[in-house]
Design a binder for this molecule. Sequence first.
Ligand code: AMP
Length: 271
Amino acid sequence: MQIIRSVKDLEAVLQQYEEINFVPTMGNLHAGHLSLVSEAKKYDGITLVSIFINPLQFAPNEDLDIYPRTEKQDLKELEKINCDVVFCPEPNFAEGVKKLHANSDLSKKLCGISRPHFFHGVISILNHFFQLIKPKNVFFGLKDYQQYLIVKDFLTQSTLKTSIHGIPIVREPDGLAMSSRNNLLTPDQRLIASKLSVILKDTALQAKIKNLEHLRVEGIKKLEELNFKVDYFSFCNSSTLEEIDDFEENTLLAIAVNLGGVRLIDNYLIQ
Ligand code: AMP
């Protein structure tokens, strides 16, 4: 496995390969990330994983400083699953990046309401990566469903010939969606956190037969009783993220909460 830190070295490596399957990450890798890499490995060409904590997607009051950094362990995990190339750019990689705007319809909803800067930061850094790498395929987790839709929209609008693949959410045995931020939870918070996926699933399974607003109010109440601060609890159209009042095919239930200062998101596609 090749480990690359400079753009110059990356360019030299890229010259040797035609088809790049790219998995962007912020490190602190878990089985969710590794499932993206395993999927990427099914395609012809090489698998390239980036590890870069993107400062452009964090507001000054957010958790950039405490975001878990575990590069040594991450590289071991990637080596084990035969990743071909890992790109770990220097912190100044984000300097001078062209600032782009994510699709405004999609980026103003859900996470975009409390984190208005977030998707613009994501798209700006991804564009920087994509222009350098020109990947044939890119792989994104459906855990960050809104991000997946926004990147998909960005690629559709761009001249890049890159296909995007959305990969199912990988969960802990108790149902909690795997996330690097789970490592910031205390053991007590970690126990409570598993209830998020239970409430999500229970609510989603009733969506076809019960009033959505009633389910929403009940769901928020259950979460608040467990000390979650609810950012959003939204039944929405899974393509437009537009809030819906009545169940329709492919409704997405998306939830974001804060537990003791740690932001957790999860979603369920109700088909
Ligand atoms: P991050 O390192 O959090 O930026 O995530 C990098 C990629 O891994 C993104 O495409 C995420 O959606 C994906 N990812 C993170 N957690 C999971 C998970 N539990 N299941 C599937 N994909 C995930």
